[in-house]
Design a protein around this ligand. Structure first.
Ligand code: UFG
Length: 339
């Protein structure tokens, strides 16, 4: 059974590709390597024991994509990860974000319709909920006006997918991820931020290894027990697992409706300070940090109600935050030992 994974050399895509290969699926990876490296394919092979097909294609290029679908005419399902994902960059380059994130999905859906590929899992984000009106956030929580072009692309893409499903034989699942963290237990796969990381965990590990002087914690005056923001940190391997389960739900026609949405998180909220303390505990490293003013656009607290994913997908996060942070640290040390 052949599955197309767009963005398959990226952070979540590489872990998902490895899990699919381990389960015996054939995987076709397409990636423009805009924010990833080709050697990740070797690592996927080391982890999974087999290698995905690879095409260096930009999903915005419809004719390249059409050729790929013709070449692999036995593709049964698509997992669409390929997208730009930096909130701040999307504010300074909104058109680049709209063009890339929307066009790539539209192109994928067009190719799927033309070649009668019926199943797609889409990477969405808890960012669609905005500042939650209640916690934990379930899938019925209203989607609120996006605070960044990036967030808006996720909302619009969900809408595009829903409309495409409604007008065809397509079946789609949007997975709304909370905060992906961690790395593969082998330290062969992990997050590879280009330049200065935007996200908390790579900034923590790069500070601990000495690549960054200190971590700035954005705000300690939030309405939370320790004043720092609260997030639901989900191990990337658990997240990869959720994709396998979701794609199998579609392939086996176990979906209840043609378009479904699931929260993918742990269900537990942790503050930035709790994450820092947990990192210090598992790594044995004292972390240099200081408090700085709030970052524009940050949500105070958000964590998932995962009941639907637990009951319907039969999926549940298995890893703790400490395990995730320990794996990120192992990955960071492995990266720096290679240089
Ligand atoms: N943080 C710091 N210092 C840093 C980086 C982050 O204090 O150097 C804090 C943030 O203020 C926030 C928490 O750590 O409170 C998590 O921040 P991240 O940047 O790691 O993650 P976000 O929650 O801001 O963003 C993530 C995804 C986005 C997605 C968003 C949805 O990266 O793609 O969740 O809420 F849109």
């Amino acid at each position: 059974m052949k599955i197309l994974v767009t963005g398959g050399t990226g952070y979540i895509g590489s872990h998902t590709t490895a899990e699919l290969l381990k389960k015996g699926y054939d995987v076709v990876v397409v990636d423009n390597l805009n924010n990833s490296e080709e050697w990740i394919l070797d690592r996927i092979e080391q982890v999974a024991g087999s290698r995905p097909y690879f095409s260096e294609i930009d999903c915005c290029n419809l004719s390249d994509l059409k050729k790929l679908f013709l070449l692999h005419s036995d593709i049964k399902a698509v997992i669409h990860f390929a997208a730009h994902k930096a909130v701040g960059e999307s504010v300074s380059n909104p058109l680049g974000y709209y063009k890339n994130n929307l066009l790539s999905l539209v192109n994928i859906l067009e190719c799927m319709q033309e070649t009668k590929v019926a199943n797609i899992v889409f990477s969405s984000s808890c960012t669609v909920y905005g500042e939650p009106q209640y916690l934990p956030v379930d899938e019925n929580h209203p989607v609120q006006k996006a605070t960044s072009p990036y967030g808006n692309t996720k909302q619009i893409c969900e809408q595009i997918l829903q409309d495409a499903v409604a007008s065809s034989n397509l079946k789609g699942i949007a997975l709304r991820y909370f905060n992906p963290v961690g790395a593969h237990e082998t330290a062969l796969l992990g997050e590879l931020p280009r330049g200065v990381p935007n996200n908390l965990v790579p900034f923590i590990t790069q500070t601990a290894i000495g690549k960054r002087k200190e971590l700035s914690i954005y705000g300690n005056d939030y309405d939370t027990p320790d004043g720092t923001c609260i997030r639901d940190y989900i191990h990337v391997v658990d997240l990869a697992d959720a994709h396998v389960v979701a794609i199998e739900r579609l392939l086996k026609n176990n979906n209840k409706t043609a378009y479904e949405v699931f929260n993918i998180g742990t269900g537990t909220g942790n503050s930035v300070l709790e994450a820092v303390n947990a990192f210090e505990k598992v790594s044995g490293q004292k972390l240099n940090y200081k408090f700085v003013p709030r970052r524009d656009g940050d949500i105070t607290k958000v964590y998932a109600d995962t009941t639907l994913a637990n009951n319907e997908l039969g999926w549940k996060a298995k890893h703790t935050l400490e395990e995730a942070l320990a794996s990120s640290w192992k990955w960071e040390k492995q990266l720096s030992s290679k240089k």
